[in-house]
Design a protein around this ligand. Structure first.
Ligand code: PLP
Length: 440
């Protein structure tokens, strides 16, 4: 039996007596009829299972802190679910902090990441007693110290480094390389430590942070990353007599979007990570650090799927058949942005019908608005409901109002129950911030 992140479809997916796809006891055609399309759906059972697997997998490491990377998918309900597992959060903006507060979550397990935090964001985070900042560059170091000083606070920080580890993911979503907009080059670290020790008295440096990429399948990357971080901790300890007993290794575990994807389970990854720390402690003569991890995609992606209604079609003889859906790059930018691939199925047709190869296009005014290229679907026709799997991460959070499309609703399903957790955007909301000047 695969683990949640290794399965393209939620584990409860089946074809029911009506011949419709059913997930967690919910008929997908009924969901489309009840809530309309396009629709984001989250399977709570998968979500909770993956969170539990993370907890179990890392339970062998006593000093573990799991932070959910909010950028993958943040709604107040999602935040509440992860909080109930004792997870903290990695945030990158005022908006993400606001959503956490809206969900009643305090900031004692929150880390603030990002390469250009603004004055307002920093003040807001400090005012709400955020646990720590992951400082990205020298400019921010001075800026944060100044603000913390003016607020009479000594602020805990980590320093984000670029460990120079490359992972086999698409280049647009690698952030651990040397040529990266994120983090300190290892060569710039000493200057930062000098400043912290001699000038920046309102900063309390506790550890190092790195993030080496996303959709990672190779556990060795994490092993190597940890060796780089620990060797830096040792070097800084010897050179500056500074004790860094916290380490954040970021997120990155991949999921299966298609049959070609073969991600490890979180248990396999946890074993490699824990072994890497043991080896690092022995090699560098260090005590076990507090380990922070900040998974995003692997915690939410496989629990999510999107429902669309198929509309028009266009056949170019001997070239391609296009079918169009009522959503597209506005609710899932990933295929257009970095050629991400997905698996999909018609929700209202039995398996034995006729399969054909089609290209699924969105309805936006962009030729690149193609959701699925050359995919086998079960005689797709207007009115059918298309289910695209694994849209839990980086779809809703990257959605836009391009073409003034309304953002879809999101529904949480659980054993036959289905509830809206994000309402569909309304036409009124589209214009609520428009200002019509008197002189016009
Ligand atoms: C600093 C940091 N941490 C965690 C994550 C989450 O990564 P993933 O969704 O691949 O687990 C990201 C994503 O880009 C990130 O930039």
């Amino acid at each position: 039996m695969p683990y949640v992140n290794q399965s393209i479809k939620p584990l409860s997916t089946r074809v029911n007596e009506k011949g419709n796809l059913e997930i967690s006891g919910c008929d997908l055609v009924d969901l489309a009829n009840k809530f309309s399309t396009p629709l984001y759906v989250l399977d709570e059972v998968s979500l909770r299972q993956m969170a539990q697997d993370y907890k179990n997998a890392f339970s062998k490491y006593e000093k573990i802190k799991i932070l959910f990377a909010s950028k993958a998918l943040l709604t107040s309900s999602v935040a509440k679910i992860f909080s109930s597992f004792g997870f903290g959060f990695d945030v990158v903006s005022l908006g993400e902090m606001h959503i956490l507060l809206n969900a009643g979550i305090t900031f004692d397990k929150v880390s603030f990441n990002g390469n250009n935090k603004t004055y307002d964001e920093i003040v807001y985070a400090i005012n709400h007693n955020i646990d720590h900042f992951s400082v990205d560059n020298l400019y921010e170091l001075g800026f944060l110290n100044k603000i913390a000083k003016s607020m009479g606070k000594v602020q805990k920080i980590h320093l984000r480094i670029t460990p120079g580890i490359e992972c086999h993911t698409h280049e647009y979503i690698q952030t651990g390389q040397l040529d990266s907009k994120f983090g300190f080059d290892l060569s710039a670290l000493d200057e930062a430590i000098n400043l912290i020790q001699n000038e920046y008295k309102n900063l309390d440096l506790k550890g190092l942070h790195a993030h080496i990429g996303s959709q990672i399948f190779e556990t060795q990357c994490f092993y190597d990353e940890i060796q780089v971080i620990m060797s830096e901790i040792k070097r800084l300890q010897d050179k500056f007599n500074i004790k860094l007993d916290e380490m954040n290794i970021g997120g990155g575990l991949g999921i299966a979007y298609t049959k070609e994807d073969n991600p490890p389970s979180v248990y396999e990854v946890a074993d490699v990570i824990i072994k890497a720390i043991d080896d690092g402690c022995a090699k560098f003569n260090l005590e076990k650090p507090t380990l922070y991890i900040e998974p995003g995609r692997s915690l939410v992606c496989s629990a999510g799927f999107s429902l669309y209604t198929i509309g028009s079609e266009k056949i170019i003889p001997n070239v391609r058949k296009y079918i169009a859906i009522d959503g597209g790059m506005t609710d899932n930018i990933r295929p257009s942005l970095y050629q991400a691939q997905y698996s999909a199925q018609i929700a209202n047709k039995k398996d034995e019908e006729k399969y054909e190869t089609v290209t699924v296009a969105g309805k936006c005014c962009e030729s690149g608005d193609i959701l699925l290229k050359d995919i086998e679907l079960n005689s797709p026709t207007a009115g059918d409901i298309l289910c695209v799997f694994d849209t839990g991460a980086y779809c809703y959070s990257m959605s836009s109002n391009y073409n003034s499309a309304l953002k879809p609703a999101m529904v949480l399903i659980n054993n036959g129950q289905s509830d809206i957790i994000v309402k569909r955007q309304t036409l009124e909301q589209l214009t609520q911030n428009d200002v019509i000047l008197d002189r016009l």
